[in-house]
Design a protein around this ligand. Structure first.
Ligand SMILES: Nc1ncnc2c1ncn2[C@@H]1O[C@H](COP(=O)(O)OP(=O)(O)OP(=O)(O)O)[C@@H](O)[C@H]1O
Ligand SMILES: [Mg+2]
Length: 319
């Protein structure tokens, strides 16, 4: 396994109280595998990704519990300097949700794509320059060699997203966390980014965690899906099983919200109600207040039930 996460708990210590953004999740990613992490806004997807890099909000963010293993090496107990030197940007890279958080407006693209390669001692001098041109060409920046001196604002939104991807793949990481890499992009560029991620994976065997709320994107790119709700994983399984026989009422509701071609319903079936507060969440099943299949038992935490090889869901209905 490239990545094995067990019972990860990430807390944000806020004035309002302790926000349990990631509350006991376990997941794994194999060599050359893509795991889709899907769920509504605020379910803890980005903070899960940031936890893997130990890049949590300064002051408030803390990994409170659990284990993160990369190729068998425990990361939660590693020193900050070892994390920066050997792991972050080198063995685990992240494509951030908003490309401008990864790009500095006052440095040229050439400088910014060079940085991780230089810092991790992958290339220097003329080799570095040609490597930078290589990765920029790989992400389809036209005439890359002429644009090394240009600044982020001189590129389109889609190009900026691809430049961030170039920074992430330059060091051929073992694990790539791609946080909503396509939401801000138009459809043709989305297709290009997806093709690019597939290509990188075929070439290098990199494990990918693709964070998205778009189940269509997840279906086309992922081998397995983990569905997140209010800081927990409620269902996980191979992509075909998740789409054909979703077991958790939340997964079923998410799938029902996808418009299908030829669908005569005038609008999407949104899931009624709001996700719970992560400062003071319900003690039992967190989806219960919105669940059409709610029972009395749901006031207690649901068991995780194995439905088939690699397909699990946490719901009383299945117990
Ligand atoms: N820096 C922060 N300070 C305070 N609360 C935060 C911070 N970052 C995230 N949160 C809260 O933590 C929870 C999880 O946030 P996270 O960004 O991981 O969600 P997400 O699933 O990535 O959502 P989205 O789909 O909108 O990107 C949310 O309740 C969010 O409001
Ligand atoms: Mg997010």
């Amino acid at each position: 396994m490239v990545l094995e996460v067990h019972n990860l708990q990430t807390h944000l210590h806020l004035k309002r109280g302790i926000l349990r953004a990631v509350d006991g999740i376990s997941l794994s990613v194999g060599e050359g595998e893509t795991l889709g992490l899907v769920g509504e806004s605020g379910s803890g997807k980005t903070l899960t990704g940031l936890s893997l890099l130990r890049l949590l909000p300064k002051g408030s963010g803390r990994i409170a519990e659990g284990s993160i293993k990369l190729d068998g090496q425990e990361l939660t107990t590693l020193s900050d300097s070892a994390m920066a030197r050997d792991i972050r940007g080198r063995r685990i890279a992240m494509i951030m949700q908003d490309p401008m958080t990864s790009l500095n407006p006052v440095f040229s693209i050439g400088d910014q794509v060079s940085n991780p390669l230089r810092n991790h001692n992958i290339a220097h001098g003329a080799t570095l320059r040609s490597k930078v041109i290589d990765v920029l060409t790989q992400v389809r920046i036209p005439s890359a060699e002429k644009r090394l001196g240009d600044y982020p604002h001189q590129f389109s939104g889609g190009q900026r997203q691809r430049i961030v991807a170039a920074m992430a793949i330059g060091c051929t990481p073992r694990l790539l966390v791609a946080d909503e890499p396509t939401t801000a992009l138009d459809v043709t560029i989305q297709v290009q980014i997806i093709a690019l991620l597939r290509q990188i994976q075929a070439d290098t065997g990199t494990g990918i965690i693709l964070i998205t709320h778009d189940l269509g994107v997840a279906a086309s790119l992922c081998h397995r899906i983990a569905v997140m709700y209010a800081g927990r994983i409620v269902e996980t399984g191979p992509v075909r099983r998740i789409y054909k026989s979703p077991a958790h009422p939340y997964t079923q509701a998410l799938l029902a919200a996808i418009p299908r071609l030829g669908d005569k319903r005038a609008r999407l079936q949104a899931i009624p109600g709001q996700p719970p507060s992560l400062i003071d969440p319900p003690t039992g099943c967190r989806f219960a207040p919105r669940c059409p299949a709610r029972m009395d038992k749901c006031a207690e935490p649901p068991p995780t039930v194995t439905l088939a090889d690699g397909h699990e869901a946490a719901c009383w209905k299945l117990a």
